[in-house]
Design a protein around this ligand. Structure first.
Ligand code: ZN
Ligand code: ZN
Length: 555
């Protein structure tokens, strides 16, 4: 009889920060039961993927195994952990589990998305335990940058895995929870086979500053602000919203919320008790009536998103909210890699209007929600895993986390990639197979495979434009009308001032004339000869080769 094994694989989130999706399998190699953890997105950088909004893990392997999936658990409500669910869940249709805030945030997001299907979420209480045979999953509270981040202790007959999710240690959080060190220590005493852990800040020494320190710094900046203050942060960062609100209250300012994503999170946070003790906020409609020293605007747009509140304010395009000389904007966030340029554009736009901009480069107005090196060592000390697999990081973060774990005495450290199937038990942990993995692009309302040609040709079009040529021939291969060319995205003239359209037309005519007469009756030969000639004629003047489509009609 084949032996039961415990296996792990990531379909996203290893070798990258984003689109987290991990699977744990238990059974023999003919039949395994699977547990999915998280289902997130990555954000596409416009210059690499024109027209693509989001990137998601390719789940074709899970679709094949759909009958053997016992459930999908969300560790917390960040987009890199749950952002792909609305698109992917309808294909999977497996039971979903999340703690109350995450479930409510997901439902609020789903309800706001036009045409999104109904997606039932089973609510698990904080510190709850879920039995999804053959897995028993205990939710362990950890501090992070959104309410209710959970590490998962996944117990199986072959051993226990601690899947950390996103976490850090914060001894003085602001209304949020502390990382449950005593539960983690108890788990370590019970015996942990493997730790699959957050590597985001494995390159940063020491410990994260506390949310309480950030709040102090924000309070001071609000207190000393001469006129209006705007604070921007991640919409889901409820502790930071609390910090801004407390700073406003201490200085007699009203909080005006600007931006739908933030309104939504605030509604969910109030429902679930995470803004208890914080007075009501006002809508953007009252902003213009409040005197400058009596208002604090809480804005979306900390990532430079072009349609979010702060970008529109910076462009002077917001219908209700304006900022001007002497006002102060606090960036209580850091740009996610890929968003730096967009954030700089907003900052520069504000400065051009005379607005003072404060960032984490000069003031403690932001801390990351991920563990630095001393915190990673603490966790290893509590949990004492036999095996550690670095996750949630790019190659550099994973290798630093791995080196740190080895130095901290973890007997076996395994760096793997998306799609690697790792056997955790029995025996030494090792990569035993590869499962299909990849990326899907959200392109308009469709999901397209990353390896399809769509986005590649769009990028080429954006880089070097397109020429379309139309020719009409009779069945003897004689031109019956003047050829037509159309140029899109190509300079109108060359350096000497000659028309590019004429250059293309000349190339068409010369290529046609130079074809031997019998070949002029072969549409494909005509098209190919003209395509080559047009591309090289334009490349000679421009040093770039456009896409060229030739249509030959036989009339
Ligand atoms: Zn997170
Ligand atoms: Zn994350």
């Amino acid at each position: 009889m084949a032996q039961n094994e415990l296996v792990f694989a990531a379909l996203g989130g290893i070798g990258e920060i984003g689109m987290n999706l991990a699977v744990y399998g238990f059974g023999d190699d003919r039949r395994r039961q699977w547990l999915i953890v998280d289902c997130g997105v990555s954000f596409a950088a416009e210059e690499h993927l024109p027209g693509v909004d989001l990137i998601m893990p390719d789940i074709r392997y899970l679709l094949e195994e759909r009958r053997n999936i016992v459930g999908l658990i969300l560790t917390h409500g960040h987009e890199d952990h749950m952002g792909a669910l609305i698109d992917l869940w309808p294909r999977l249709s497996v039971p979903l589990y999340a703690t109350p805030f995450t479930a409510a945030l997901f439902e609020a997001k789903r309800a706001a998305e036009p045409g999104a299907p109904k997606i039932p979420v089973n609510v698990v209480p904080l510190r709850g335990t879920l039995s999804l045979d053959p897995f028993t999953v205990e939710f362990i509270t950890v501090a992070h940058s959104i309410p209710e981040s959970n590490a998962l202790a996944i117990r199986t007959p072959a051993g226990t895995v601690l899947h950390t999710g996103d976490w850090k240690i914060d001894p003085t959080p602001l209304g949020g929870a502390k990382t449950d060190a005593s539960r983690l220590t108890a788990l370590g005493a019970e015996g942990v086979l493997a730790l699959v852990g957050d590597s985001t800040n494995a390159v940063r020494d020491g410990r994260s500053p506390s949310e309480a320190d950030v709040a102090k710094s924000i309070a001071e900046l609000v207190r000393t602000a001469p006129a209006r203050v705007a604070v921007t942060t991640f919409a889901s960062h409820v502790e930071r919203i609390r910090a801004a609100a407390e700073a406003a209250r201490a200085t007699g300012r009203e909080v005006v919320v600007v931006g739908r994503a933030m309104e939504r999170v605030i509604m969910v946070a109030r429902e679930t008790g995470y803004l208890d003790g914080i007075g009501d906020f006002r809508g953007a409609d009252v902003y213009g009536y409040l005197s400058p020293d009596k208002v604090l605007a809480l804005c979306t747009g900390s990532q430079g998103e072009p349609r979010a509140a702060l970008s529109r304010i910076a462009e002077n395009e917001h219908p209700e909210v304006t900022l001007s000389k002497g006002d102060r904007v606090i960036f209580s966030a850091r740009a996610i890699p890929g968003n730096e340029k967009a954030v700089d554009r907003v900052i520069n736009g504000l400065i051009a209007q005379g607005v003072e901009v404060i960032t984490d480069r000069t003031h403690l107005v932001h801390v990351s929600g991920h563990p630095r090196r001393a915190e990673l060592v603490d966790l290893i000390g509590w949990v004492r895993p036999q095996v550690l697999i670095p996750a949630h990081g790019e190659a550099l973060h994973l290798s630093e986390h791995a080196a740190l774990a080895r130095r901290a005495g973890v007997p076996q450290v395994l760096v793997c990639r998306n799609g690697d199937l790792v056997r955790l038990a029995p025996g030494k942990a090792e990569i035993i197979d590869e499962i299909p993995s990849g990326r899907l692009y959200k392109d308009g309302s469709l999901l397209v495979a990353a390896h399809s040609r769509t986005v590649g040709s769009r990028r080429r079009l954006g880089f070097s434009g397109m020429v379309t040529v139309a020719l009409a021939l009779n069945d003897k291969g004689v031109l019956v009308a003047d050829p037509e060319v159309e140029l899109v995205g190509i300079p109108e003239t060359d350096a000497a001032g000659a028309s590019m359209t004429d250059i293309a037309l000349d190339a068409v005519e010369q290529a046609f004339e130079s074809l031997p007469k019998p070949r002029r009756r072969d549409q494909d030969s005509v098209a190919e000869a003209i395509r080559r000639a047009v591309r090289s004629a334009i490349a000679e003047r421009w040093n770039k080769k456009p896409i060229c489509h030739v249509h030959v009609l036989v009339v």
